[in-house]
Ligand binder design. Structure first.
Ligand code: NAD
Length: 265
């Protein structure tokens, strides 16, 4: 394990455009469950996965009914109360790598906002954010509290409408079957094509199209792909990644940063 941590630190120091790709495993140490790990929401409740697949269709068919249903449910969803969750040492390690000028961007599948909360500046939320809303027509994003949704419910004005184009507003979080917003999809693809190092943290790498990004990067020879994950993934088995450092991101990422600093001294 120690030699892999040193190897990752050397690879990071020698890179000129490193990007991090992150998933739900990054936030389990902040008390947010993942979906497919041993304690994952869907591992324990496969029925919840089936329901999740129907969300986008329900919204598109009846956005007013969808909003009414959301407002009738408890505020804390499948992942608990995300507003109260705090970043962990893994998130802060990625902030340090950005501040050291090594990490150029974080592409995350997470909707919990913890990378930004930790202090990373260049974050792309591939699956959106629980704290934002988005217009399905023009793609503009808004803070969740920019709309008084309860008032719209009482005044029978649901669904909320975009102040710019009058399009229907939904939560920013991307549903299964919903296209990835074009701005983040394009930027992420550009980063996958440009990077010379990809640090993949806490993802099972089975949710597409995000999971295609490492495969796109792998098509170029001059790229190093490192996984930090609790267990091997399809990227490990098919050798898309050069090596896996198996363990917790909250433990391993800070150790990599310590090695990077030693090399830089
Ligand atoms: P996943 O649940 O499919 O896989 C998580 C992976 O991380 C697993 O391989 C697991 O073994 C590993 N893992 C768990 N804890 C870890 C730790 N501390 N250190 C290292 N590895 C750890 O997650 P995914 O690949 O991100 O796909 C799930 C989808 O669901 C994503 O698209 C995401 O949008 C969404 N989701 C988001 C959150 C969040 O925002 N925090 C949480 C759950 C699910």
């Amino acid at each position: 394990m120690e030699h892999l941590i040193e190897r990752a630190a050397r690879d990071l120091v020698n890179s000129s455009h490193a990007v991090a790709l992150t998933g739900a495993g990054m936030s389990t140490e902040s008390g947010i469950p993942d979906f497919r790990g041993p304690q994952g929401v869907w591992t324990k409740d496969p029925e919840a996965e089936r329901r999740a697949y129907q969300g986008y269709q329900r919204f598109m068919e009846d956005p007013k009914g969808w909003w009414e249903e959301v407002l009738s449910m408890p505020r804390t969803g499948l992942l608990g109360d995300l507003e109260t969750r705090m970043p962990n040492s893994g998130h802060y390690a990625l902030v340090e790598l950005e501040e050291l000028g090594i990490l150029k961007s974080v592409l995350t599948q997470n909707v919990d906002g913890l990378h930004e909360k930790a202090g990373n500046k260049n974050v792309f939320e591939y699956h959106g954010s629980f704290a934002k809303l988005r217009c399905v027509s023009c793609g503009l994003r808004f803070r969740r509290d920019a709309f008084d949704i309860e008032k719209l419910l009482q005044e029978k004005q649901l669904p909320p409408r975009c102040p710019e184009c009058r399009g229907v507003i939904k939560s920013d979080g991307v549903f299964f079957g919903e296209p990835i917003p074009s701005d983040v999809a394009q930027h992420s693809l550009e980063e996958a094509l440009k990077c010379d190092l990809m640090l993949i943290c806490g993802t099972s790498a089975v949710v597409y199209p995000f999971a295609s990004l490492p495969r796109v990067a792998r098509q170029r020879r001059a790229v190093t792909i490192i996984e930090v994950n609790a267990e091997p993934t399809p990227l490990t088995h098919e050798k898309t990644s050069d090596y896996l450092i198996q363990g917790k991101t909250g433990d391993i990422l800070p150790r990599i940063v310590e090695e990077v600093k030693k090399i830089r001294e």
